[in-house]
Design a protein around this ligand. Structure first.
Ligand code: SF4
Length: 857
């Protein structure tokens, strides 16, 4: 089979991919050189997609109450329970909770069914957790949820400001484009982030502001621009509405509020003043906040008032987290919008109902994510369909969400993965298609619609989500769901954007409403709204002008009693959300094998923690256990933890338990950052690891985390008391063993036909035994049992250290040795010497950081 052009299923950059199947469930992956999002580049996650397309862990057949069922039987039950629930408790007693992973076609059918036929607004999406504050800020400022920029703007800007965005890790190809532009034209880079991330390491100026002080910072910048005559009077007069009294907002001591040196603040102001071509790119550090919408508007206000919008190389640019968060926004998958960028006015609801020819239409917005699960907890939502998302892990105060799922009388979960934390609560499980099997469209952060095309057949009885939704709609007695192909849905959605749209909405896909099936199959990436939708200076408001929105800095709540620290959350470079897919990749699992809590060295000392030891992070809503990682780039008294681990991959590494349900009053987006917290060391008597060829049984000990490795699994363990029970984790077979129970040391290996089946190493409190050589023994003929029990070959090989470059398996120790021995002085020379960073490039920021640490440059 020839290479198939498709789109990466991870982040909102939306990179084009050419996937070439080479055997059943095996494909080679490369970047599509013609796709305008990436021009052939891919990050580590995209590069290793080929390791995630197997059938391991897949849900292949529908299940009812944990038993295999036929599709007809399962969908009959879903339709009946939804109908019965509506008949008994009303249309608002049912809900859909969907996902930015869905294709636009899936999203459209779900939204149409809920809002136009069931007649409730109760469909919300995990994009609520991700960028709903940016949506609300856009609507407040522009009248419509429009992203004003394109990726090319970053290449034409003279100054790029990254706010609350670890772009190098979370949107790596955008980062590669920024780095290339900086090299070419010397673009200045300011990073605004409480943490000194890999992104911040590369900045000309890093403002490590106190969490949630962004509004003060950007209001301060706006005042400075006014006071120094840097506003664009003509643009303001012609294109912007400024509310009366706006400029009378009180001035703050911005440096003090943001807790940054006054000289750094002035340097920021000066850089902004000197570079009119400015792009301000913002992400989760802005959105995932109880003041996320105001932060977005504070940023937009500065761009509007200085005329830095609608021009090449300038604009406020919200970048989305998920591959089709934008598609979801377009169809109306958020509970706070109706459909196709329409709201809930009488006129808009009438328009949608006439377009859908539906019996009813929802009366207004539905329940947003947190409210939806709260309603389920108290019996107001009684039938819930969750599609392509894992809220039992990802929602804030996730313990409460589990109570809600347990209490809800009827829970349907559609997913491609059989065992997720959310699946545990499903009455009906529906097998969905996965990436590589799906057929439809996604829209990326710059409004570019791209095709996801299948290059593998559907396994088992997996079906598209739009198919399952359409069948349930028909079984509920609704007309208008006779779709046979996603192209029909795409045409209908496109037609809806154009329906009675005389320019009031910029989202208008009129030209795509009549694409033939063949044209849809061949659709090349298409950006709607053009590169600069506000280029003409016209905004989709009643007046045609954009709105400056007055936003006031609100000091965050004082630290709660007993929680003197601040907890921030975020992502790792090589993992995606709850790791149901990236966790399948041994390559990607090398970068971070355990969930770490990053702590400033001073805080480690003051709190009696140990770098590399375990610590429990407590907040008002929950507690989780992490390995401590000393991090100079962390502000004192602040902690950072990753979001990825679940009950499937750890004993207590779930971060969703920790943030509270506090949310932005305008968008309903939860504030995943800036949670009052405390941390305490966790005592263990022993620590160790288990390597297994087959999926390991779940340990019964204080701490464990599990990751894929080449040829099997690695489980890290730690506990108290006698570790002898850990021996029960070993499968049966020929056992070679040495132990010293007094010192809590166990070394055991199971060998079968000269091959290593499993190895258990418990080593008192010393966890420094390298794993790499033992893991390598899972492949091929195993070493002699004496070497296995020693944990190293008779002729020792150097420990390469934690893996930095996953493409070429190059570890930190190898890189440091090369820097020292070969006198390497740049990332390029490291690449030349070792190959590190020369494939996907995702590790280049870490290589740069390693260089700085090693030789100070
Ligand atoms: S930057 Fe990486 S994760 Fe994001 S779309 Fe591109 S390849 Fe996929």
């Amino acid at each position: 089979m020839e290479g198939v052009k498709t789109t990466c299923p991870y982040c909102g950059v939306g990179c084009g991919i050419i996937a070439t199947p080479t055997a059943p469930r095996i494909a080679t992956i490369k970047g599509d050189p013609e796709h305008p999002a990436n021009f052939g580049r891919l990050c580590s996650k995209g590069t290793h997609l080929g390791e995630t397309v197997g059938l391991e862990g897949r849900l292949l057949y529908p299940e009812i109450a944990g038993k295999r069922a036929g599709w007809d039987e399962a969908l009959d039950l879903v339709a009946k329970r939804f109908k019965d629930t509506i008949a008994e408790h009303g249309r608002d007693s049912v809900a859909f909770y969907v996902s930015g992973q869905l294709l636009t076609e899936d999203y459209y059918v779900a939204n149409k069914l809920m809002k136009g036929f069931i007649g409730s607004g109760n469909i919300d999406t995990n994009s609520r957790l991700c960028m709903s504050s940016a949506v609300t800020a856009h609507i407040r400022a522009f009248g419509e949820d429009i992203v004003p920029c394109s990726y090319e703007d970053m290449e034409e800007a003279d100054l790029i400001i990254l706010v609350g965005s670890n772009t190098a890790w979370c949107h790596p190809v955008v980062w590669q484009r920024i780095e290339a532009a900086r090299e070419k034209r010397g673009t200045k880079l300011v990073v605004i982030d409480p943490r000194k991330t890999e992104t911040a390491e590369r900045a000309d100026l890093h403002l490590a502001i106190a969490p949630d002080t962004d509004v003060a910072l950007f209001n301060g910048l706006l005042h400075e621009m006014r006071d120094t005559w840097q506003l664009d009077g003509r643009y303001l007069a012609d294109h912007i509405h400024v509310p009366a009294g706006f400029w009378e907002l009180p001035k703050l001591d911005v440096a003090k509020v943001c807790d940054i040196p006054a000289s750094d603040l002035q340097a920021f102001y000066d850089l902004f003043a000197a570079h009119p071509r400015t792009v301000t790119l913002f992400s989760q550090g802005v959105n995932q906040s109880t003041s996320g919408t105001d932060k977005g508007n504070a940023i937009i206000n500065v761009h509007l008032a200085t005329g830095r919008i609608g021009k090449r190389g300038a604009g406020p640019f919200s970048i989305t987290g998920q591959p089709n968060a934008m598609g979801g926004r377009e169809v109306g998958g958020l509970a706070s919008t109706l459909a196709a960028h329409m709201g809930f006015s009488l006129e808009e609801r009438d328009k949608a109902q006439r377009f859908w020819q539906s019996p009813t239409v929802c009366a207004g917005p539905g329940l947003k994510a947190v409210d939806m699960f709260d309603a389920a907890a108290v019996g107001k939502i009684r039938a819930l369909w969750i599609i392509a998302t894992n809220p039992a892990v990802s929602m804030p105060d996730a313990r409460k969400v589990r109570v809600a799922l347990a209490n809800c009388p009827f829970v349907v979960v559609s997913d491609c993965i059989a065992q997720t934390d959310t699946m545990t609560y499903a009455n009906v499980k529906l097998p969905a298609l996965a990436w590589g099997e799906k057929d439809g469209t996604v829209t990326n952060s710059e409004r570019r619609i791209s095709r996801q095309r299948p290059f593998m057949g559907a396994p088992g009885e997996a079906k598209p989500d739009w198919w399952a939704l359409s069948h349930v709609a028909r079984k509920m007695g609704f007309a208008g769901f006779d779709y046979a192909h996603p192209a029909e849905i795409f045409r209908e959605f496109s037609a809806m954007t154009a329906f009675e749209n005389e320019g009031a909405r910029l989202l208008n896909l009129r030209d795509l409403a009549s694409v033939s099936d063949m044209d849809y199959a061949a659709l090349s990436p298409t950006q709607w709204g053009g590169a600069s939708p506000f280029g003409p200076g016209h905004y989709p408001t009643r007046s045609g002008k954009a709105e400056i929105v007055p936003v006031k800095y609100q000091p965050p709540n004082a630290q709660s009693r007993g929680f003197p620290l601040t907890l921030n959350t975020g992502r790792y470079r090589d993992q995606w959300h709850t790791m149901t897919r990236t966790g399948l990749s041994p390559k990607l699992s090398q970068h971070r094998r355990e969930p770490m809590v990053e702590v400033h060295p001073d805080t480690i000392q003051r709190r009696g923690l140990t770098d590399g030891g375990l610590a429990r992070v407590n907040t008002a809503t929950g507690s989780s256990v992490y390995r401590v990682q000393s991090a100079e780039g962390q502000r004192r008294r602040e902690l950072f933890v990753p979001i990825h681990w679940t009950d499937q991959t750890s004993a207590e590494g779930r971060t969703g338990l920790l943030p509270s349900q506090a949310r932005d009053p305008h968008s309903g987006q939860p504030g995943f950052k800036n949670t009052p917290a405390t941390i305490a060391s966790v005592h263990t008597d022993w620590t160790g690891f288990l390597i297994t060829r087959d999926a390991p049984v779940t340990p019964d000990c204080l701490y464990w985390t599990r990751m894929r490795v080449d040829g099997g699994w690695l489980t890290e363990v730690a506990g108290v008391g006698d570790p002898a029970s850990m021996l029960s984790l070993l499968p049966s077979g020929d056992l070679a063993e040495v132990h010293d129970m007094r010192r809590r040391v166990i070394r055991a290996a199971i060998i079968e036909d000269d091959k290593l089946v499993a190895a258990l190493f418990i080593n008192g409190t010393d966890r420094h035994l390298p794993r790499a050589w033992l893991i390598s023994q899972l492949a091929g003929k195993a070493a002699h049992s004496i070497e296995l029990l020693a944990g190293r070959p008779a002729t020792p090989t150097p420990d390469r250290g934690p893996i930095i470059c996953v493409c070429f398996d190059i570890g930190l120790n190898t890189i440091l040795a090369a820097i020292r021995d070969q006198k390497l002085t740049s990332v390029a020379t490291i690449g030349f010497a070792l190959g590190a960073g020369t494939n996907c490039g995702s590790c280049r920021p870490e290589l740069a950081k390693t260089l700085v640490n090693a030789i100070g440059k």
